[in-house]
Design a protein around this ligand. Structure first.
Ligand code: FE
Ligand code: FE
Ligand code: ZN
Length: 275
């Protein structure tokens, strides 16, 4: 099973690899820079090469970088969109130090401009930042629909992918807390949700799962993560997700409100429950 969690990137790649290994993780997610924005630390090539040999030895793969929350490709403010473009380009350049991995971003909030205009601006951003020779797959995260978030409906993600010139460089990261909060009943009818995902987006585009419980009930459009088994999804539903034939081979990333030891316990728990 490929499972891990979100780790702090502040001490570099090798430190993340060691942390992952210490809690039984074989995949992990990290922020490319401060989640609230700002500039990124310079990449140390020695740290990267040490990390690459460490991860090869320890079977660590499927790195998932997460864009900062302040990256809003569909803001009405051209300055904020400019930050999104510059950050995206810089992050994708940095990702080539660890080639063949994934970069996840929130499609953005359209803030009163309407979903259609939001999608148009997201597509414009992607058409500016994606390059034919990049080795990184860029993932659109499924959102809860809090505020004016774009991407809480599979159809919106499909439209973004269809209208992006290099749409084949795009994939989807399904966040279990977000989709449930958005109104996809993965507790009551996982099969139906996956059928819909397949029909609209294609399960071949699903590249990663954020495995979180939710503090809020179905269709609440809230987006507050809860510890595994302690929220409205519950352990049984999450266990069905990690065992589903269409999902079980994907990398799973915990983003629960946890410390490192707590993540280790959740990883051990989920590993013990994948059949
Ligand atoms: Fe996210
Ligand atoms: Fe997430
Ligand atoms: Zn979230």
């Amino acid at each position: 099973m490929k499972i891990g969690c979100h780790l702090s990137a502040s001490k570099g790649f090798l430190a993340m690899g060691k942390e992952a290994a210490s809690i039984g993780a074989n995949v992990f997610q990290f922020f490319t820079r401060n989640p609230r924005g700002g500039s990124a630390k310079a990449i140390d090539p020695k740290d990267v090469s040490d990390f690459l040999s460490f991860s090869a030895e320890h079977g660590i793969s499927h790195l998932l970088a997460h864009a900062p929350y302040t990256l809003n490709p569909c803001s009405a403010d051209p300055k904020i969109r400019g930050f999104a473009v510059n950050t995206f380009i810089d992050d994708l350049k940095r990702m080539e130090y660890v080639p063949g991995n994934m970069y996840n971003f929130h499609p953005g909030s359209h803030v009163k401009q309407g979903v259609e205009r939001g999608i148009e601006l997201i597509v414009e951003t992607l058409n500016t930042v994606l390059t034919p020779d990049q080795s990184t797959t860029v993932l659109l995260e499924t959102m809860s629909g809090k505020g004016s978030e774009v991407g809480s409906k599979f159809t919106e993600l499909r439209e973004i992918i269809d209208r992006t010139h290099l749409g084949d460089r795009l994939g989807v990261c399904l966040d279990t807390c977000h989709v449930y909060d958005a109104g996809y009943d993965i507790v009551g009818n996982l099969e139906l949700v996956l059928e819909e995902f397949d029909k609209i987006l294609g399960l071949n585009r699903l590249k990663a799962i954020h495995i979180n419980d939710s503090k809020n009930p179905f269709a609440s459009h809230k987006d507050r993560h809860e510890l595994i088994g302690k929220g409205h999804l519950g352990l049984d539903a999450l266990v069905r997700i990690i065992n589903h034939p269409a999902l079980r081979d994907l990398p799973f990333y915990l983003e629960t409100p946890n410390d490192l030891a707590g993540y280790g316990e959740e990883i051990a728990l989920l590993r013990s429950l994948q059949k």
